[in-house]
Design a protein around this ligand. Structure first.
Ligand SMILES: [Zn+2]
Length: 640
């Protein structure tokens, strides 16, 4: 059977993947209980207290708030939004394992993200070598030297140069990579007429852009100052692709990660050259957004790594505007967000070049947090002399509060409001009254837009990928007595898989009523058909649906909470070798009793439906009555 070797390969990949390390690449994890579990902020919901635990022994993860859970496969599937085959391929590569030929995916079957990473990595080396060793690269080398980049930075970050040639890369790729793949990686553009492609970057110094797993996903290109083109764009970034999303990516994160964790602070600049220069100056905890304002996904990503985020912006007007645009969104986030605008209209690159890293560090330490920053900006703009000016400042500050989701009634809100009366010479009741007014207006506006939006959207169909989700949610929210019993049997199986044969002698999959739990039991029995024990990790590996994986981690966690293993061991100690003891006996009896009850109920139904019979009862009726009386006897003798 083909499935077997695929299961074995999955198992191999799983055993070569350390889940703590894997998840640690995107979530800052702290060891607890002497390293028996690791905790961090959940990447799957807007987490404020660390609710996300990773269990190295079980090689599983679990969020106690949003109930996401699973193994290394489901983590990558969810976190990187990949399908299962791509995830397997990704983790196999990561573990330096070769995919068995029959598991390799055909081109039609899947996206080709792994090939995109390959071609971009290859291009990075081509550009880098060309910069370092070609005669034509001389101009680029001079430019980088003038910009103050050291050879160490150039080598570490693999800067490159693409010559002034429309088909240089296309020629280099001949026989190695298809031009369509170059296009999908955004290394070439298609000609608008006559077909064919041409190099996307020409006569540019190239700065490779990596994702958080250190894979090249794009390039940023700076045109050389003495280029022959008219009106060439100074900076040109790769266009978004299947693996590159400008608005989500933090440039430099792969290099900055360790320093961020250490300092618990991340510096965010607005462009990659600023970030690179700040890193070169010794502040390795710098990252950059790629020409976009800070987005929610940036903050969500960064706050998992550091408690303090400092936006380091140019001192010029554009920099100040950029800082202000995104403020309200982050006010309520449980992250210490600070804004630093540099003095003298300098950008971060110019500032560290002129004053050094120590001076920048000093400014960073005293950077104001968001609300204080906004207050200073507003006071600077309006002054505080007139009542009118002070009311404008008040409205500006309250606007910030109103636009920030989730802040109502929090300590943070109180603190923010608390400082306003004194700074603006107003009474606190005035401030609160104005806030209430503005919130009311805002609410009405929201209701009106929501109504418009609701009437505009069509109901959407249920995605087949999540067909189990509703059943799982209802199970996790309200576990009925029946569900509990079925979960218990699964817990026993995961804890002590060698009981499977004994279980199968008494119970079949149709004894389960809950369809998702039945699905899990079926997987357990399938494994045992294949001669394997249905242990927690075997079942986890065999399941491909992330929702089901999450469910079994949830069930398994309950087993630990309820100390199933300890109770089983106690039972075994008490009863000797007999595996049919205590807890297991109880659960099996419970399930069998339920079966008896159900058939009694069915029989009663049949009794009621029978046409009225005269003095003599038919044999069938007599049998049903006998069954019923046996049932009642058994019920009364059952321990309650
Ligand atoms: Zn969560």
């Amino acid at each position: 059977m083909d499935g077997n070797s695929s299961a074995e390969f999955k198992e191999l990949v799983r055993s070569r993947t350390d889940i703590v390390q894997l998840i640690g690449e995107s979530v800052s994890l702290q060891p607890q209980q002497g390293g028996r579990v690791f905790k961090g902020l959940c990447p799957f919901h807007d987490d404020h207290n660390p609710s996300f635990t990773v269990n190295p022994e079980r090689q599983s993860y679990k969020c106690w708030v949003c109930n996401e859970g699973g193994d290394c496969f489901s983590f990558v599937m969810k976190h990187d939004t990949l399908g299962f085959p791509e995830t397997l391929e990704f983790l196999a590569r990561r573990a330096h394992l070769e995919m068995p030929a029959k598991l390799r995916r055909g081109p039609a079957e899947s996206s080709h993200k792994p090939q995109l990473y390959d071609v971009l990595m290859w291009a990075q080396d081509e550009f880098h070598n060309y910069l370092n060793s070609s005669a034509a690269g001389e101009r680029a080398r001079n430019y980088l030297r003038e910009r103050g980049f050291t050879q160490a930075t150039i080598s570490r970050c693999k800067f490159g140069y693409s010559p002034d040639d429309w088909e240089w890369l296309i020629r280099r790729a001949k026989g190695r990579f298809d031009v369509e793949l170059l296009f999908d990686a955004r290394l070439v553009s298609k000609r608008s007429e006559g077909g064919g492609c041409f190099d996307f970057f020409r006569d540019r110094v190239l700065f490779p852009i990596h994702d958080e797993r250190s894979r090249v996903v794009a390039f940023g290109g700076r045109i050389l100052p003495d280029n022959k083109y008219e009106n060439a764009q100074k900076y040109l970034n790769s266009v978004d692709s299947a693996i590159f999303h400008k608005s989500r990516l933090c440039f430099g994160l792969a290099w900055a990660r360790e320093a961020i964790k250490k300092s618990k602070t991340v510096l965010v600049t607005e462009g990659y050259t600023d970030c690179l220069k700040v890193q070169q100056a010794g502040l390795m905890n710098a990252v950059a957004t790629l020409g976009t304002a800070l987005t929610d996904s940036h903050v969500t990503l960064l706050k998992r790594l550091a408690g303090k985020v400092v936006l380091v912006y140019d001192g010029d007007k554009a920099g100040k505007d950029a800082a202000e645009r995104s403020l309200s969104k982050f006010l309520a986030q449980d992250v210490d967000l600070r804004i630093l605008t540099l003095p003298g209209d300098l950008d971060p690159d110019e500032f560290v070049t002129a004053h050094g890293a120590k001076a920048l560090e000093k400014l960073i330490d005293s950077a104001p947090e968001v609300a204080e920053y906004e207050l200073r900006v507003l006071i600077g703009r309006h002054g505080t002399e007139t009542i009118d000016a002070r009311m404008r400042i008040l409205d500006g500050m309250l606007q910030l509060l109103i636009m920030s989701p989730g802040i109502v009634g929090t300590v943070k809100e109180d603190m923010l409001i608390g400082r306003l009366p004194q700074r603006l010479g107003l009474s606190e009741s005035d401030v609160r009254r104005r806030l209430k007014e503005m919130r009311g207006e805002h609410q009405n506006r929201l209701i009106r837009t929501t109504e418009r939006r609701v009437s505009a959207t069509e109901p959407t169909g249920e995605s087949p990928q999540h067909r189990w989700r509703p059943a799982i949610l209802s199970l996790q929210q309200t576990q009925s007595k029946d569900d509990l019993l079925e979960c218990e049997l699964l817990q026993l199986l995961f804890t002590s898989p060698d009981i499977v044969d004994a279980v199968r002698r008494e119970i079949g999959t149709d004894d389960f009523k809950n369809e998702v739990l039945q699905e899990l039991l079926t997987v357990c029995f399938d494994l045992s058909d294949d001669g394997q024990l249905p242990s927690f990790d075997k079942v986890l590996t065999r399941l491909e649906c992330p929702d089901l994986k999450g469910l079994i981690v949830w069930i398994d966690e309950q087993a630990r909470e309820r100390e199933i293993a300890i109770r089983l061991a106690q039972d075994a100690a008490r009863e000797g070798d007999d595996s049919f003891n205590g807890l297991l006996r109880q659960v099996l009896d419970g399930l069998k009793w339920r079966r008896t009850q159900d058939s009694h109920r069915a029989a009663q139904g049949r009794l009621i439906e029978r046409p009225r019979e005269s003095a003599s009862l038919t044999q069938e009726t007599l049998d049903l009555l006998k069954q019923a009386s046996q049932f009642h006897q058994r019920r009364s003798s059952r321990k309650v």
